[in-house]
Design a protein around this ligand. Structure first.
Ligand code: HGY
Ligand code: MN
Ligand code: MN
Length: 412
């Protein structure tokens, strides 16, 4: 009987639009940075939905929130989840979709009077995006015991506010110890955030793992001087040095090829004036690869280029690692279950790694974990134009429903 069970598609779509009201941007999109008032509004919205479903709610010391639908037996739970914080120019689906689809799965089971053997849970993790506080995937990396709670709570935003203060301010610094839940397996439903499924017209992405991520911050100090009177060979132009690093990062990825990608996403000049040679730049470089050895090679070559540039331009350059996560391979039992279920539902599917970081990459060290992707139009994400078709969102949620239900009926 449960194999013919389907989620309520319209209710899922409506819930995504309703959550999108929290931190809605003029003209579309969402800005719901971690532990801001907008994030609180989103958290309150989801917690209210969890309470309406009668879930037991656990909030831990890093602000992760888990709603649990009790099973027939007190066995380790099957967890669904993702995040509801967004980047500053976010869309309706990145993260939010996995959380709201998880609640929709539980609502569907409740309506059908189905209580699985194992408990089912939906979790949203704190600060997955890592935009306001670093590192990213902060809630899940702390939940997995791979990053110290105190260090995470001490992380400061650009205004010097700590995550600890921000969580207290929004009332989401919980009493539970992160990771204190007994989890059998974790399945995260997410939009692909890349172009492959959309371009190849494929319904379901069977995610094999997640790329390794290296985030570095560089601080460049040169000499500010007059833009008109300073001869070119007497300049110590921090802005030029930063631009050379950004261009080199791109060239490095093209040279290494394969899955290597690089992004210079943040660059702040001082004094940032049209007729003054910049003497101070803070910039970031995001390097990623599915292969750890190549990622290490990319980091090494970038470091060598930075040292050379510092020498050539007479600009002091210091670096700080903000994030360094190894690539992750998901558990065969979850990957195969996702693929089998997509095929059973006569959905086209293909295996692929995730280019974006996800909470699942840390849950993979807690229990067997995996992800289900659905297409997003033109592969656009981290952009207010992020969009996924309702039919794809509903198909993904129906695969999630069956995968987690099968896992939750297992005895051992
Ligand atoms: O950066 C990432 O890949 C994720 O969206 N935090
Ligand atoms: Mn995400
Ligand atoms: Mn994201």
């Amino acid at each position: 009987m449960s194999h013919y069970l389907q989620i309520n598609g319209q209710r899922l779509i409506d819930s995504l639009f309703a959550l999108g009201e929290c931190g809605a941007l003029e003209g579309g999109g969402v800005c719901r940075l971690a532990a801001t008032a907008e994030d609180k509004a989103g958290r309150d919205f989801v917690v209210a939905r969890m309470k309406a479903l009668g879930l037991a709610i656990y909030i831990d010391a890093i602000g992760n929130v888990t709603g649990v639908y009790a099973g027939e037996e007190a066995l380790p739970m099957v967890m669904m989840g993702s995040h509801i914080d967004t980047v500053g120019t976010g869309g309706l689906y990145d993260g939010n979709y996995g959380v709201m689809a998880g609640l929709e799965v539980i609502a569907t089971l409740l309506e059908a009077g189905i209580r699985p053997r194992r408990p089912l849970a939906v979790t949203f993790f704190t600060n997955e995006e890592g935009v306001r506080f670093q590192p990213d995937m902060m809630g899940s990396v702390v939940f997995a015991g791979e990053y110290p709670l105190d260090a995470a709570l001490a992380a400061k935003d650009l205004d010097g506010v700590t995550l600890d203060e921000a969580l207290c301010e929004i009332g989401y610094k919980g009493a539970c110890r992160p990771g204190d839940l007994s989890v059998d397996s974790y399945v995260e439903l997410h939009i692909e955030q890349g172009p492959i499924l959309d371009k190849e017209r494929i319904d379901i992405g069977v995610v094999t793992g997640v790329q390794g991520i290296s985030w570095q911050e560089f601080t460049l100090t040169g000499v500010s001087n007059h833009a008109g009177t300073t001869p070119m060979n007497m300049r110590h132009d921090a802005g030029l040095a930063a631009a050379k690093i950004a261009v080199y990062a791109r060239e490095l990825s093209l040279t290494l090829g394969g899955d290597q990608v690089s992004t210079a996403g943040h660059m702040v000049f001082k004094p940032n004036l049209i007729n003054v040679i910049p003497n101070h730049v803070v910039m970031t470089v995001d390097l990623r690869n599915t292969d750890n050895e190549t990622l290490k090679l990319a980091e090494q070559r970038l470091a060598e280029f930075v040292a050379r540039t510092s020498q050539e331009e007479g600009v002091e350059i210091t670096s700080r690692s903000l994030v360094r996560f190894n690539p992750v391979i998901f558990a065969d039992e979850i990957v195969n279950a996702v693929e089998d279920e997509a095929k059973r539902q006569a959905l086209s599917c293909r295996r692929l790694p995730s280019g974006a970081g996800h909470d699942a990459q840390f849950m993979a060290s807690v229990c067997p974990a995996g992800m289900i992707f659905v297409p997003c139009v033109d592969g656009i994400s981290h952009n207010v134009k992020e969009h996924s078709e309702a039919k794809d969102l509903i198909a993904g949620a129906n695969v999630l429903l069956q995968v987690v239900l099968q896992r939750a009926q297992r005895a051992e």
